[in-house]
Design a protein around this ligand. Sequence first.
Ligand code: 5GP
Ligand code: ZN
Length: 117
Amino acid sequence: MAGNAQCLFCRIASGEIPAKKVHEDADVVAFHDINPQAPTHVLVIPRKHIPMLNDLTDADAATIGTTIVRASEIARELRLHEDGYRLVVNNGEGAGQTVFHIHVHVLGGRGFRWPPG
Ligand code: 5GP
Ligand code: ZN
């Protein structure tokens, strides 16, 4: 899948920019977030450059399905699956999206009950 030369996450996926990768295969790349919001904070990205949820069509169903399945496998490998973990996808600046290559945050190692308490 052709990368977008302007895109940070395409450049991480291609290896042009280094990251602490925890997994990569033909479809997805996963790496530790540079500014972790939890004891474990991994980003899982499809190699395909899709900017955000707003852009999804049925043609992306397999890509997004694989990305979430891989996120669950990585969470298990990182031993997050018993205590619980959270997947987050931010859509748009108003939601805090800063990198416009779709990605799933895998957050674990602390509590995420909602509402808190
Ligand atoms: P967003 O806010 O777009 O949902 O998430 C983007 C995430 O990418 C942020 O949590 C941010 O810390 C992370 N990030 C931004 N630049 C880099 C980078 O160069 N390397 C890594 N590993 N993470 C990054
Ligand atoms: Zn990209």
